[in-house]
Ligand binder design. Sequence first.
Ligand SMILES: Cc1ncc(COP(=O)(O)O)c(C=O)c1O
Length: 238
Amino acid sequence: MDDLLAYRSQFPILEETTYLISNSLGAMPRAVYEAARDYADAWAHRGVRAWEEHWWNLAPAVGDEIGAILNAPPGSVSTHLNVTLCQAVVASCFDFSGPRNRVVYSDLNFPSVMYFWNAQRGRGVRPHMVKTDGVQVPTEALLDAIDEHTLLVPISHVVFRSSFINDAQAIIEKAHRVGAYVLLDVFQSVGTVPVDVQALNVDFACGGVLKWLCGGPGVAYLYVRPDLAEKLEPTLTG
Ligand SMILES: Cc1ncc(COP(=O)(O)O)c(C=O)c1O
């Protein structure tokens, strides 16, 4: 018997079907029924007092719980509504009006991430999209595109479409050599392959919990390297 089989009963849908699409939405854990009821009970019976008694502290507490999976130090992971907003928070820390305004990624980035960066052209952002064959990212071409005019490299760790694993280490090393930052989208890697933000020395990492982390819609997370967080002043706050 495989020890992992014991987990099957914790996911109702696995009793009804073979579920192979966690890359879109993970199977709901049975415990969600109880957690959702507790949440509704607090709202129904504690009203506004629920903020002080529980809810205010949930954002940093959940951030730390997710951070433990990324090997992020406590206090370095904040929670947000979705990955697009995480990109926007990072973008709001930088001035793109100078010569260092290039934002480099590949055409296998998640579409909503690319829509965001494309829409920042009016703020001076110069997106540079490296072409791929739709499956693999040509690492050398990506590394060559990261130059001294590059401010940020927002790139997927594991590609949503093909499962291709980008060489995060090489991308981060090249970016740092030329003075650029990397925002690693770990939505499809956390929960499927080991991710250690401190070993990678990545500047930012973001993702969501609804695919591989047994969470639901509406919770995304943003890791910011602690020494960098000291220096940055986001203008998108909340
Ligand atoms: C790699 C990756 N990034 C981002 C997203 C989603 O972005 P958002 O939270 O902005 O909808 C997904 C999947 O939906 C994804 O697979």
